[in-house]
Write a protein that binds this ligand. Structure first.
Ligand code: NAD
Length: 268
């Protein structure tokens, strides 16, 4: 008998990412769009979806229990959605960025109760890059300064991007540094020589750029540049669906990330 498609409830369904995931979940074999949630003033545009639509996740989960929710909203909305998902034991894939440290701890607490996966970037390419970076930084050694730039569309609310911070954290960790202490996002005026223990992350905003991240290793007489460019939001959506499939087989306990999905793919 063919496997039953995995039901997906999209949170933030009227948004840029939400629309992309609704389209993918409706079209991809192995998935079924089971519901769409957004603020009450954004629901009108969702009526053409032939699925239950509501401003409350509870209203959808009341009728369907065997689903995974995918959340691309805002930090406060994500936390409200997690409270509702916990009531119904519903696993949640979280793509929202911009969480404060205190809010990240709340995510971790929910992850002890229901399966939760959070990744500031759901793209498979970015996550494979993130897996490679610490090895590169270690092999090159401390003579190679690390810098990063990120470019996003003019509507993006947070800076630096969650992805840049995620890549920066992996790089800082590989050198035994704390990113919060070593990161610099602006240089202006008589700044003096660059300290060795520093990671520069510069944010550029404009147009409709989906996301470009470039990591530079600047060494004596040579430079290495690694660049990831998202051509459309579809790669984030495909990654989120892959994460949902993986999460549907997991137990709660800790906050998972796309690195867990990649690690399982490598070991399998
Ligand atoms: P968007 O503003 O287009 O969409 C957000 C949607 O969430 C809107 O439709 C809004 O009405 C809805 N929303 C807000 N509060 C809500 C609530 N309380 N209940 C239900 N819905 C609510 O934004 P976007 O570009 O789709 O991005 C959304 C989030 O995802 C941002 O944090 C962004 O940085 C992040 N993002 C992450 C990735 C990734 O790969 N992890 C990729 C792209 C964007």
């Amino acid at each position: 008998m063919a496997n039953k498609p995995l039901g997906i409830v999209v949170l933030g369904a009227a948004g840029r990412m939400g629309k992309t995931i609704c389209n993918l979940a409706s079209a991809e074999p192995g998935f079924e769009l089971a519901g769409a949630v957004d603020r009450s003033d954004a629901l009108a545009g969702l009526e053409s979806l032939d699925v239950p639509v509501s401003h409350k996740l509870e209203a959808i989960l009341n009728g369907r229990r065997d689903v995974v929710a995918i959340d691309f909203t805002s930090p406060q909305a994500t936390l409200e959605n997690l409270a509702a998902a916990t009531e119904y034991d519903c696993p949640v894939v979280i793509g929202t960025t911009g969480f404060s440290e205190a809010q990240k701890r709340e995510l971790e607490q929910y992850a002890e109760k229901i399966p939760c996966l959070w990744s500031a970037n759901m793209s498979i390419g970015v996550n494979v890059l993130m897996r490679l970076l610490p090895g590169l930084a270690s092999a090159l050694g401390p003579a190679y300064d690390i810098e990063m730039s990120e470019i996003h569309h003019r509507h993006k609310k947070d800076a630096p991007s969650g992805t840049a911070l995620m890549l920066g954290e992996a790089l800082a960790k590989s050198r035994g540094w704390d990113l919060a202490e070593t990161r610099i996002s602006c240089r202006d005026g008589l700044i003096g020589a660059r300290p060795e223990k520093q990671i520069g992350i510069q944010a550029i905003r404009g147009g409709d750029v989906v996301g470009i991240h470039t990591v530079y290793f600047l060494g004596p007489g040579e430079t290495i540049e690694l660049r990831h460019q998202a051509e459309s939001r579809e790669n984030f959506g495909q990654g989120a669906l892959r994460a949902a499939k993986w999460l549907s087989g997991q137990k709660p306990g800790r906050l998972y990330s796309m690195q867990d999905v990649i690690a399982d793919a490598l070991s399998g």
